[in-house]
Design a protein around this ligand. Structure first.
Ligand code: ZN
Length: 423
């Protein structure tokens, strides 16, 4: 996932509960969980060099994914492209013109009437390499950033979904894509939308994105973009109540977000982004495989496979619902002041609820605490995460600001000395 609005963040690690599962499913999931964990461990191994664009490690990861798709029985190919030198994030790097590739696998639709429509399931497989641009911990530049959650987890889920669906016969075509260049500004998904395989972009029925699904806690799963098709909320609800797995599912929001689905949403396709929420290892060298909930990834994979199946077989179109692009979110990493809160990514009415603060952060020193709802920073009213990002961008490190929060029904005014961002 890209560092944009997420700069204001990080979270806590707690074991996931799996007590919502039947015993028979627990047994079969443990097999799936072992497969998923093997994939995460390969992709997030130090040998893969943090899967930075242009590295041999990313090349090995791509070959591994190709192999996984092909072994599942799918028609598999590489989609080669070069990093555009003028992309905003690329300007911070020396990677312009570097060759890289998406990995694409196709499950052809069985219905002559519907096979021209495509359900795309995607996950990016690149990460930050040795840190530097995009990383939250500048002191770790030169250390391998393994990106086990971001996004070996989504890639492993994608491979598992491919295995679950490869021998079935959906009416619509299903296309699996592992994207490169996401951390440099959704480059692989942008290339794919400009050069879609095997059909034009208008034929894409829906796009399902898996980015950071490796830290399932308390069965809490976010399905962002649920407002991009009128049919999504009830479809997600019925799958969650009648399907294999029961999540504490938070389905909400438009299709703008800091990951590959937003590129498809910009092309006016319905999208969903599955996400097990942020944590304190986000974009740090500590995002490692031993903190991954592999059983949780397997559960998410099963759920998204069931959803993809429902989408690929249901009669009739989806009703796309557009939303205006939010202001000031593109290419926004690296400026503005640092507070160190951990926002609740599902949102809260009338402000930004926080689920915690980073140790030693300005937020902690100011006395902010889990459960506070931030309603203003300095002179700026904060109604949502975008306002909060804007407010922090309008300040510099060292500024003293009053932060207004709602706590236990009362308004509190706290004073924070803002810090400096990591990148
Ligand atoms: Zn990321």
């Amino acid at each position: 996932m890209i560092t944009t609005v997420l700069l204001v963040t990080a979270t806590l690690v707690a074991p996931a509960t799996q007590d919502t599962l039947s015993r028979g499913l627990k047994d079969s999931l443990s097999v799936a969980a072992r497969r998923v964990l093997a994939d995460v461990r390969f992709l997030a191994d130090d040998r893969q060099e943090g899967r930075g664009v242009g590295t041999a490690g990313l090349g090995r990861a791509g070959a591994y994914i190709w192999d996984g798709f092909a072994r599942a029985g799918l028609q598999t190919s590489f989609q080669d492209f070069t990093v555009p030198p003028d992309a905003p994030a690329v300007l911070h790097t020396t990677l312009g013109g570097t060759a890289t590739r998406n990995v694409v696998a196709i499950l052809p639709g069985a219905s002559p009437a519907l096979r021209g429509e495509v359900v795309v399931i995607g996950a990016h497989y690149d990460h930050l390499g040795l840190g530097g641009f995009g990383a939250m911990d500048p002191d770790s530049t030169g250390r391998v950033h393994n990106g086990a959650d971001d996004n070996a987890s989504g890639t492993a889920a994608l491979l598992e979904i491919a295995r679950l669906l490869a021998h079935r016969h959906p009416a619509r075509t299903v296309v699996f894509v592992a994207f490169s260049g996401e951390e440099l500004g959704t480059l692989g998904s942008s290339y794919f939308v400009q050069h879609p395989v095997p059909q034009p972009v208008d034929s894409i029925y829906a796009m399902l994105n898996l980015d950071m699904v490796g830290r399932l806690r308390g069965a809490r799963l976010l399905a962002l973009g649920a407002a991009t098709a009128k049919e999504f909320p009830s479809l997600l609800d019925s799958l969650n109540s009648g399907g294999h797995v029961r999540f504490d599912l938070r389905a909400s929001g438009d299709g703008w977000g800091p990951s590959d689905h937003s590129v498809f949403f910009a092309a006016r396709r319905p999208v969903l982004h599955f996400f097990t929420d942020l944590h304190e290892d986000y974009h740090r060298s500590t995002d490692d495989w031993d903190k991954i909930n592999a059983g949780g990834i397997a559960q998410v994979a099963q759920f998204v496979a069931d959803l993809a199946w429902a989408l690929a077989t249901r009669p009739g179109p989806l009703t796309f619902v557009d939303a205006p692009r939010p202001p000031a979110t593109a290419g926004g990493s690296g400026y503005g002041a640092y507070l160190g809160t951990i926002p609740d990514m599902t949102g809260s009415p009338g402000g930004v609820r926080i689920t915690g603060v980073r140790a030693g952060s300005p937020a902690e020193q100011a006395g902010l605490t889990a459960g506070d709802v931030i309603t203003a920073i300095g002179a700026k009213v904060v109604a949502n995460l975008f306002d909060m990002t804007d407010a922090l961008r309008s300040h510099q490190a060292g500024d003293t600001v009053v932060i207004v929060v709602q706590r236990a029904g009362a308004e509190q005014r706290l004073t924070a000395v803002l810090g400096k961002r990591a990148s």
